[in-house]
Ligand binder design. Structure first.
Ligand SMILES: [Zn+2]
Length: 402
């Protein structure tokens, strides 16, 4: 029975050929199952680890594991994850839960030791409610690795959209974080929410010029892995990629505030930038994304060549943005043009920048981020900078300007 349930759940993996396009989908559907009394609990019981998830009704679900670090991932269809799991196990380092795809919630357990799924079943109770119960038993690192199953990720073949026939410049807006990954949180604000609201506003402002088309890497509170954001933008034929963030900085990075624009660098020496990039990659791990992607060497060389042409275009965009922020009298960071190893900036052929609109760790920035006057000026500054950059970039590529 237990084995059957486990493999039954794996069948759902096949139905999970969720194309990346789903990230464009609008708000998640209503009529979700809810967590039952007591919520999800992870506990130690006589040499094994138990996971219990009570639900208001049974839902499709699936389980798989990932290595580096060892993680157990449980996906549920249509569950409203409104309370964090209660962790009472010494074998589990961290647990996160939240929306992963529209209609799908994910629970990720970062394991302190290799554990194997021994029993996994969803039981339907007499009153129509259900409970998912899972028993995990210690295993060897070798066996754990052999059993890891990578569910097909969103990084798969996408239809590539031809360049805009309209002559408009296609802008990809990438609101940072979302779903299971809330981003920075401070003063009652979540980076994921702020960035989605800002991106929606920016989209309207850009469309009003009639010079731009806009695609969003997410338009709801859903999780999109870092690599997938870039893939989505590329598949949508984006001419420019703008990633929007308002992270919190660690104390050792000082009381930084103000707007900062990041472009990609090979060797990053800026400690704050290193930590920011690391934290974003860490969020992907906590959301259960497999980062062990292996790129082949020839592809890497070709990408580097393309990147060499794209880099000055990204740099020019970053400089134009910073000048635009200043002309709208927005507060910019004391060192506003920086380099970082952010993986969302790695699209070789698309000029890409990451804008830290402010830092949630700064009270002054928080006040600005929720101010309508500030966001009106910030969106207009970005619009003007994009208009200027698009014209100059066109002339430069035609060889009419240096
Ligand atoms: Zn961020």
């Amino acid at each position: 029975m237990s084995r059957y349930s486990y493999w039954y759940s794996a069948v759902w993996a096949c139905s999970l050929l969720w194309c990346a396009q789903l990230a464009w989908a609008e708000e998640p559907r209503a009529n979700l199952a809810r967590l039952g009394d007591g919520g999800a609990v992870v506990s130690d019981a006589g040499g094994h680890v138990e996971l219990t998830v009570p639900l208001s009704r049974s839902v499709p679900w699936r389980v798989h594991t990932l290595d580096g670090p060892p993680r157990l991932i449980v996906d549920f269809s249509e569950v409203l994850w409104d309370a964090p799991p209660d962790v009472r196990s010494g074998s589990v380092l961290a647990v996160s839960a939240g929306v992963y795809r529209p209609g799908w919630s994910r629970l990720v357990m970062v394991l302190g030791e290799p554990l194997a799924v021994d029993v996994a079943e969803m039981r339907v109770l007499d009153d129509g409610s259900a409970v998912l119960q899972m028993r995990l038993v210690p295993t060897t690192a070798e066996d754990f690795r052999a059993a890891t199953g990578v569910v097909p990720e969103e990084l798969r073949q996408l239809d590539v959209v031809p360049p805009a026939a309209s002559g408009r410049v296609r802008i990809a807006l990438d609101p940072g974080h979302g779903g299971i990954d809330p981003g920075a949180q401070d003063g009652g604000l979540r980076e994921a929410d702020l960035m989605l609201a800002f991106a929606r506003q920016l989209k309207e402002v850009l469309l009003r010029t009639d010079r731009f088309e806009v695609v969003m890497t997410r338009s709801a509170d859903v999780f999109v892995p870092l690599e997938a954001r870039m893939t989505l933008a590329r598949a949508a034929g984006a001419d420019v990629f703008l990633s929007l963030h308002a992270d919190a900085l660690a104390e050792e990075d000082g009381m930084a505030s103000g707007m900062t624009v990041y472009t990609l660098a090979d060797a990053v020496t800026d400690q704050a930038a290193l930590r920011l990039a690391e934290r974003h990659a860490q969020n992907d791990i906590l959301a259960g994304v497999d980062l062990a992607g292996v790129e082949d060497e020839i592809a890497m060389v070709l990408m580097d060549l393309t990147r060499r042409e794209t880099r000055p275009r990204s740099e020019a965009l970053a400089n134009t943005l910073v000048a635009g922020f200043r002309s709208y009298e927005l507060v910019v960071n004391s060192n506003p043009s920086r380099h970082g190893g952010f993986s969302v900036l790695k699209a070789a052929e698309v000029p890409s920048v990451l804008i830290e609109l402010g830092f949630l760790s700064s009270a002054k920035d928080r006040a600005r981020l929720v101010s309508q006057d500030w966001s009106a000026r910030a969106t207009e500054a970005i619009r003007d900078a994009l208009l200027q950059w698009a014209d100059e970039d066109y002339l430069m590529r035609q060889g009419l300007m240096k």
